[in-house]
Design a protein around this ligand. Sequence first.
Ligand code: MF3
Ligand code: CO
Ligand code: CO
Length: 280
Amino acid sequence: MPKSLKTADEIEGMRQACRLASEVLDMLTPHVQPGITTREIDRIAHEYMTQVQQAVPATLGYQPPGYPPYPASLCTSLNEVVCHGIPDDRPLKHGDIVNIDVTVIKDGWHGDNSRMYLVGETSIAARRLCAVTFEAMWKGIVKVRPGVRLGDIGHAIQTHAEHAGFSVVREFCGHGVGRKFHEEPQVLHYGRPGTLEELVPGMTFTIEPMINAGKRDIKEDRRGNRPYDGWTIVTRDRSLSAQWEHTVLVTETGYEVLTLSAGSPTPPAFVTPASVAVPA
Ligand code: MF3
Ligand code: CO
Ligand code: CO
């Protein structure tokens, strides 16, 4: 049995935290334009979470074993940055793609989500990578229902990304989320059908595929001969990387995406009510 199945009350707490996390991304959308720095984006989001939402930015000071404390209230992963990019003073430029990853804590519950933002006019290749990664996340989400295994989710994501000619990052994965930011289980974005843990109602976890335009290999960011900041991960071949993230709940009949709000991008056409209601 997985340890932290959520009760009805706990799920309500998760719904609130997750909706706030999504609303931070909504609020940021008009700000993500050429010329703004990622530090300004971080400041705007910090203000909103702490002053408007009365919530806590989970990433600020977050320190898993072996890492320095994370210094910001969100992650901004630009172009070839795979994940955990730290906001800084460089302005966004036309053609950039940037992932913004926000995790809020409300009443002790964590809501974790991220989106890709296109800055000004972007290339067809960049837009395709972002679109395929969004679809890949949803290919995983629509698998979610009791009895399905984590390997089924990973396989669906991997198949979609690789059929498009892209690659799946292996070193980072989705995760259980609740009173803790990162808990069991690990949710791999690749794998074999019918393998790994079986889903049961009450589980809450993220699905957050990192998809590279080139090879899947990654490295710590030591660009410019600066000392490593302890967090930023880039593609080894410097190809573009994209990521989307939702927090989902396993229900009795399927799934509920918890990190939705008025500004959430419309799901792909293959996501129908039937993908929740019809038994496997
Ligand atoms: N939000 C990220 C995730 O999806 C984790 C960021 S940890 C940080 O799991 F410290 F880098 F912010
Ligand atoms: Co996450
Ligand atoms: Co996240």
